[in-house]
Write a protein that binds this ligand. Structure first.
Ligand code: NAG
Ligand code: NAG
Ligand code: CU
Ligand code: ZN
Length: 185
């Protein structure tokens, strides 16, 4: 083909695109600064927990209210890897662990990203949450968005137990309630 023909076709293809609409070039999405999870289970346990991360970086503030738990108890509270509740809380998978570490306390150097320790309930079985964690994030490789929060029927031994499960689950027992961590606008 002659060069002039080639350029004529090139101009025509730009002037008359096959698709009427051009999508704009994607830009980086804004940082996520707030998330929420609604927890439900097969028993009485339920709750709502918020995650706030200023400017999408740094510590995440965790606030919320869990009810219907055992009275005056410590109950395991974790981010699990899968935001999948098709088979109840069982399908939420293991603790969120992108760096393949062993289970630990929130304050331990060695912990799963999802290890948020225990929540304390009062005499009515209510746990009011208000604490910070600097390992989880709402953005980047440690983002918890789309994963699950699980509150357990037992106490997390924080990796200090004597059996094998202490390194994976902290022996926190059954999954009392769970929910999927979702973006709040
Ligand atoms: C926690 O939730 C329970 C049940 O919804 C409610 O009765 C209670 O007032 C809540 N407490 C706070 C401090 O939000
Ligand atoms: C994760 O760590 C364990 C040892 O704690 C090791 O056996 C396993 O191969 C590691 N998995 C990956 C994917 O690195
Ligand atoms: Cu858990
Ligand atoms: Zn863990």
């Amino acid at each position: 083909m002659q060069l002039s023909t080639f350029f004529a076709l090139l101009v025509a293809s730009v002037a008359m695109p096959a698709h009427a609409t051009f999508w704009p070039v994607p830009v980086a999405p804004p940082a996520i600064t707030k998330a929420v999870v609604v927890l439900r289970g097969t028993g009485t346990a339920s709750g709502i927990v918020y995650f706030d991360q200023k400017a999408g970086r740094g510590p995440v503030k965790i606030t919320g209210n869990l009810t219907g738990l055992d009275a005056s108890a410590l109950r395991g509270f974790h981010v699990h890897a899968a935001g999948d509740t098709t088979n109840g809380c069982a399908s939420a998978g293991p603790h969120f662990n992108p760096y393949n570490k062993t289970h630990g306390a929130p304050t331990s150097k060695t912990r799963h990203v999802g290890d948020l320790g225990n929540v304390q309930t009062d005499a009515a079985g209510v746990a009011l949450l208000d604490f910070e964690d600097s390992v989880i994030s709402l953005n980047g490789p440690t983002s918890i968005i789309g994963r699950a929060v699980v509150v357990h029927a037992g106490t997390d031994d924080l990796g200090q137990g004597t059996n094998a499960d202490t390194m994976t689950t902290g022996n926190a027992g059954a999954r009392a309630a769970c929910g999927v961590i979702a973006i709040v606008q």
